[in-house]
Design a protein around this ligand. Structure first.
Ligand SMILES: Nc1ncnc2c1ncn2[C@@H]1O[C@H](COP(=O)(O)OP(=O)(O)OP(=O)(O)O)[C@@H](O)[C@H]1O
Ligand SMILES: [Mg+2]
Length: 436
């Protein structure tokens, strides 16, 4: 007979945990003990689950975890020590406190119990006050531990977030100073380039005048000379026209470089998105061609003419488009190389598609797709994390997508997603709210 029977049902001094629904799991092969302990714990307000042997206890506990386990040591089959060790080996049950119950009061058993992971001991016959006191201490410790764990998790997350923000700030600062440098160089180049353009234009005009002059006096020149001079003037005219054309092209590139390097200073502007994208494509393509003269890709542009002006941070958004295009160019280039390694007569044609669309709910969508190497499956989940890269240190930092994500989501309240349904190549989808 255990002293537990003596606990009165309405004993309010013991009943202070009646509002909690903490679950205690009791394992004992002795049915009488099991039922007595179970009744006692229920009376004082706990929710009780039971098992009569180690094996079935393991199964039930793994399925639904209690707050605490009372475990008998002497049981047929799997004894209490083995059951305890098995529970400590499972990740989902290893942190549940276990209190051993035994009739043996020998020190050696207690030491063994504690060494296999139990937190405490109660000895039969049970004293109600002692059982409750020990139980409550362990439950309290467990609750405190859980609280510390969850606070730790929050702290850990905060630290990670801080580190991420710091990395992004450094990268953005680098890009910003690179932008200033580009703007400076572009500005310096603009004046000499203007001279080239103006002189080419003026040479054309002078050439026209010279032609008229010669035509007016053609009878004073030997016939051969007149023909030769006319031919030379024709060549000089072509040269001046070519100088003018390439000079104007260079001037266009320089203006777009200056536009892209310009800092937004966080000022939102009304922008024609389709134009901004077309400029960014131009810039990205020419930068690529300047680095790799042989680079080639067919670029398909498909703009929704319904899109009017949209409020965005223009330089930041261009940077996103350029980052995505640079990745697409890398991917098609890599694919081209691989195809050429496989067969010299590969008929692979590198292609990039860019489109804009008005969506329902006052939103607009920008899609950038390529038929390049595609993103390895294992990278897809963390593709927007900083420093995720398949490129060598000189080629890429792994920050492009993470910064782009930050700009689209953080600065514009939009979304930037990888299209997971695509079977070949890669597609990124930007959705922006269309405040007008
Ligand atoms: N269009 C794409 N096709 C295939 N892989 C891509 C594509 N876009 C991104 N990736 C993969 O994602 C990785 C991360 O891209 P991210 O732009 O963030 O960094 P990065 O291009 O490596 O370096 P950088 O900082 O210079 O942009 C790339 O290294 C590449 O493996
Ligand atoms: Mg990149």
């Amino acid at each position: 007979m255990s002293n537990l029977d003596a606990v009165p049902e309405q004993d309010s001094s013991l009943d202070d945990s009646s509002t909690t629904q903490e679950v205690i799991f009791v394992v004992d092969d002795n049915t009488v003990n099991l039922s007595m302990m179970s009744k006692f714990l229920t009376r004082v307000g706990y929710s009780v689950r039971v098992a009569k042997d180690g094996q079935s206890a393991l199964k039930k506990i793994a399925y639904e975890q209690p707050e605490l386990i009372l475990l008998d040591i002497m049981m047929p089959g799997m004894d209490g020590f083995e059951t305890c060790q098995a529970l400590k080996a499972l990740p989902e049950t290893k942190d549940i406190p276990i209190i051993f119950m035994t009739a043996l009061a020998e020190t050696v058993d207690k030491v063994k119990g504690l060494s296999v992971g139990a937190v405490d001991y109660i000895t039969k016959p049970f004293q109600q006050d002692e059982v409750l006191a020990r139980l409550r201490i362990q439950l309290k410790l467990r609750a405190l531990n859980k609280q510390i764990e969850s606070q730790n998790a929050v702290l850990h997350k905060t630290v990670e977030q801080l580190q991420r923000t710091q990395t992004q700030m450094i990268a953005q600062e680098k890009l910003a100073s690179l932008g200033n440098l580009t703007a400076g160089i572009a500005h310096e180049l603009r004046n000499p380039l203007n001279f080239v353009i103006n002189f080419a234009e003026s040479s054309q005009e002078l050439m026209d005048e010279l032609k008229t002059e010669i035509n007016n006096n053609v009878d004073q020149l030997p016939a051969d000379s007149a023909a030769n001079i006319s031919e030379l003037i024709g060549f000089l005219n072509d040269n001046a026209a070519a100088t003018l054309k390439h000079g104007q092209r260079a001037s266009q590139i320089i203006s777009s470089m200056m536009q892209h390097a310009r800092s937004d200073n966080g000022i939102v502007e009304d922008v024609l998105i389709n134009e901004l994208i077309a400029e960014a494509i131009d810039f990205a393509y020419h930068s690529r061609r300047a680095k790799h003269h042989l680079f080639n890709a067919k670029i398909h542009q498909n703009y929704d003419s319904q899109i009017q002006k949209v409020q965005v941070l223009p330089a930041a958004l261009s940077r996103v488009i350029i980052n995505l295009l640079e990745n697409a160019f890398d991917a098609v280039h890599r694919h081209h190389e691989l195809q050429n390694q496989e067969s010299e007569n590969s008929n692979y044609s590198p292609q990039v598609w860019i489109s804009t669309n008005v969506l329902e709910g006052n939103k607009l969508e920008i899609r950038i797709r390529d038929n390049g190497v595609g993103i390895p499956q294992e990278l897809k989940e963390k593709i927007f994390d900083p420093f995720v890269t398949t490129k060598t240190p000189g080629e890429g930092t792994g920050l492009g997508l993470s910064i782009s994500h930050d700009i689209v989501v953080g600065q514009h309240g939009g979304t930037l997603k990888l299209n997971l349904d695509l079977e070949e190549g890669t597609e990124f989808i930007i959705v922006l709210p269309k405040h007008q």
